[in-house]
Ligand binder design. Structure first.
Ligand SMILES: Cc1ncc(COP(=O)(O)O)c(C=O)c1O
Length: 413
């Protein structure tokens, strides 16, 4: 846990004296011993706590979990059992909803360049599609249920790679094109349910949401003129930072909802629901000094890409103590200079085998892990009153399983 008001926090009493989960250091040490490292560890109760916070802030709103944050079936099943639907943005994510047996009204199909398979499978299910560009109107089967995604063209307080509602981003229909898409969708016989907006991820300043929702409502008179006086749905996306002012965001969303007379408010949190529940455990391999001092770990960019991709700063907690402390860069094992989990961390002098907990790692952690360098993706375990292995560590042969050996004598073109 991070902030006061986010519930109680358990102190480790050692090192940096805190981990970002209710799991104790002893439990983390036990998990590392039992399942090996690098290891993703999730605390199921933290997911429930985050969901409750969302429910409390947005009473009556429908929650569609953006499963891109963490699509492990254990996480999906837990959320679904509590009435949460899913947003799927790839054929694979949609396949996960089908595997779970989700009904159409539990699923939103989104993405800027959907495949034929997504249109077909989403339509068979009766899912709601998010139209991201006008051409999609002719790709969807008549009768398909749709929202139109608006790009408000606003800068937001996050890394540029996460600013999906910026004018230069590839997402959504610019404000001035939305009315045209509504007309085209109606002409094509699509069932228009409403509007969709997602302005970015890990947004630091919650006031950004109010500004964006305010921009959105400028569409209300034009849509009314077109005969859309009352929308069925307003979907305001996700993107909330972990310390977001949810009640403030919810109040702004409710205002926008009433401007469109929308009967339902939908939200699509990803990171907020799962980030704090997860910790990446990594062991110290050794230390090294160049112009800087490094602690070399057994996890890096192939296990947690966010520091490299978004310059993300995950909290790091050492699960050991030593009389002296120094400032180190935490580097991973990849042969890439950018493979640094965190720079300038003050740590007690480490020894090989010492354990580090990298916090806020439940979202966009395991799902972004890769087999680059033929590294095996890490295992994932869930604490729910006992340990459950929810993804086994990959073996080298899992990494090359899909490769095909050319038949001898085959002609290649
Ligand atoms: C359309 C859409 N909705 C919801 C989300 C979830 O965002 P976050 O995990 O920041 O809440 C994303 C993430 O990129 C998204 O693209």
């Amino acid at each position: 846990m991070i902030t006061p008001g986010h519930g109680s926090r358990r102190h480790t009493g050692i090192g940096l004296a805190r981990v970002d989960t209710m799991l104790s250091p002893d439990q983390l040490l036990q998990a590392a011993d039992r399942f090996g490292t690098p290891l993703y560890v999730y605390d199921a109760s933290e997911i429930d706590t985050a969901l409750k916070r969302v429910r409390d802030a947005f009473p009556g709103a429908r929650i569609f979990y953006a499963m891109k944050a963490n699509s492990n079936f254990a996480v999906l099943r837990r959320l679904r059992a509590q009435g949460v639907g899913f947003e799927a943005v790839s054929p694979g994510e949609l396949a996960r909803t089908r595997f779970l047996g989700c009904a159409g009204d539990e699923v939103i199909v989104n993405g800027p360049a959907k495949s034929a398979q997504e249109y077909q499978h989403g339509a068979e299910m009766g899912a709601t599609f998010v139209i991201d560009r006008e051409e999609e109107v002719s790709l969807l089967p008549p009768g398909a249920r749709v929202l139109v995604r608006v790009n408000p063209g606003l800068p937001v307080s996050t890394h540029d790679h996460l600013a999906t509602g910026a004018a230069h981003a590839k997402f959504g229909v610019p404000l001035q094109g939305v009315v045209q898409v509504f007309s085209a969708a109606r002409e094509a016989g699509l069932q228009i349910r409403g509007l969709h907006l997602h302005i970015g991820s890990s947004i630091r300043d919650s006031a950004d949401f109010g500004v964006a929702f305010g921009q959105l409502t400028t569409l209300a008179p034009q849509l009314r003129e077109l005969g859309f006086g009352q929308l069925e749905v307003l979907d305001v996306g996700g993107g909330w930072g972990l310390r977001a002012d949810l009640p403030g965001i919810a109040a702004a969303a409710r205002e926008a909802q009433s401007a469109f007379g929308a009967r339902e408010l939908w939200v699509e949190p990803g990171r907020y629901l799962v980030a704090l529940a997860g910790v990446l455990l990594t062991r110290v391999v050794g230390t090294k000094r160049t112009a800087r001092s490094f602690v070399l770990c057994d996890a890096g960019m192939t296990e947690l890409l966010r520091p490299m991709l978004y310059d993300a700063k995950h909290p790091v907690t050492p699960l050991w103590d030593a009389p002296e402390r120094h400032v180190y860069d935490l580097a991973g094992p990849a042969c890439e200079s950018g493979d640094v989990l965190r720079r300038d961390v003050e740590l007690p002098t480490p020894s090989p085998g010492a354990l580090l907990a990298v916090g806020e790692a439940g979202a966009y952690g395991a799902v972004m892990s890769s087999s680059y360098l033929s590294r095996s993706r890490p295992a994932e375990v869930l604490w729910d009153g006992g340990w459950q292995l929810i993804r086994r560590r990959e073996r080298p042969e899992d990494v090359w399983a899909a490769e095909v050996e050319p038949e001898s004598g085959a002609v290649s073109y």
